[in-house]
Each structure stands twice: as C-alpha cells, then as structure tokens.
Design a protein. Sequence first.
Length: 249
Amino acid sequence: MVSGKFSALSGAITREQNMANVSANLANVSTIGYKKARMSFEAMLRGERQTDETKGINYNRVKGNYTDFSQGPLKETANPFDLAINGNGFFKIRSPEGDLLTRKGNFVVGQDGRLLSDNGMPVLGAGDGEIIIDRVDITKISIDTDGFVYTVDENGETTTIAQLAVVDVADRSLLRRQGETAFSLEPGALEIPAADFSIAQGSLEVSNVNMTNEMTKMLYDNRLFQAYHNVLEGYSRLGEKLEELGTLA
C-alpha cells in the first residue's frame, strides 16, 4: 500500500509542477519574443528495481526544464525600430550583469542616440560595440535582412552606420532564462554567428505559445492531478479503516 501511496503522491507533485509551467506560458501568450517553457519527466526506478522494490509501481519526477525555441509568428508594426528575426539566432544586448541574448526586438533610440532595448539596455552590433544613431532623422533609417543599419538621404543614397549582432549558441540547452525573454550563457556555452536568418524591419516576433494547446495541457494535467488526489484520499480512508480493525482486534 505504501508503494502505491508514494507513486500517487509523486504523480500529483509532477502534475502540479507542470500546471505551474503551463500557467507561466499562458501568462506570456502576448509577450513579444517569449519562448515557451517545457518540462520532461522520468521514472525514478526502472527495470529490475521497479519490479523488485515497488512491485511494478512507478515513481516519477521532473527530469528537467527546457525552452522551446521554435519560431513565433511575425506581426507587422511599421515601426522602423521594431525588428524580428526570421529563422535562427538572437539579438545581443548588454545588461549590468553581462551580455544577454533575446528574440525581443521592440527597440528604441535613446536621447544619446544609442539603440536600446525596451527596458533601456544597449543593443550590440557586430564586434559587441554599441550602436549609435546620433543626429539622424529616425524615419530615414533602413535595416536590411542581414542586419545592416543604414541612413537614407533625400536622394536615396545610403550610408552604413552599423550591423546588428545576430548570434546563436552551439548548444541551446546551455542557455539560462533571465526574466521572461532574455537568456544568458551557462559555463561552456559557445556563442557562434547565426546562420539561416533574415531581419524583418517593422515587424515583431510574438510569443510561440499556442493558447489552445496550453489550455489542453492544463486541463489534462488538472484531471491527472485530481485523479492522483482521489487515490491519495482513498489510501487515507483505507488506512483509517485498517487502524479501526487493528483497534477492534
């Protein structure tokens, strides 16, 4: 009985953790550049140990958390400093704690001419320098698919200002989520130039969360959690009856 009770308890805990994960995804369904979080599960005992020690009853737990980096839909905005990456790669921004990678491209030009993220962090260019767009009419800025930033004069002549740093990571499992939309590199992570991408000016990549799928997962996990909870209540009532029988004996 104890084995079954702990199996139900471990199942209830994992479902509760997964519901919290799905809730976080649903809360960010409208967040620009958000990548949905996922959980993987594993059996705590396998093979002969499961057969011999728990009589075939399985204990499970969360194996790990990971991020689904699949492409989100692009939304046109017509703002020249709204940028989206179509394909692989990340924008690079500089935070007080170090450089971060993000797909959130709703940038602005600060009073000092620096290109900034929406929360005021400098957007980096190739070579990791800050991008300065000083004393320039921002309506005359063009950013091409390779991330080159140009000014365009009244004659249509272009002058290159900078190129956006668009980078990737050899092993994305070594990216650690920082807040909702930014990622830092774990020790051992190798930053590499992004390949197979294009920059879309005047567009933003929205969250890759599918609300219908997440709601389906939430309902499924909630039903499983309730089932495990009912099993635990059943074991509790059974234990009470056994204690009564023991007292009568």
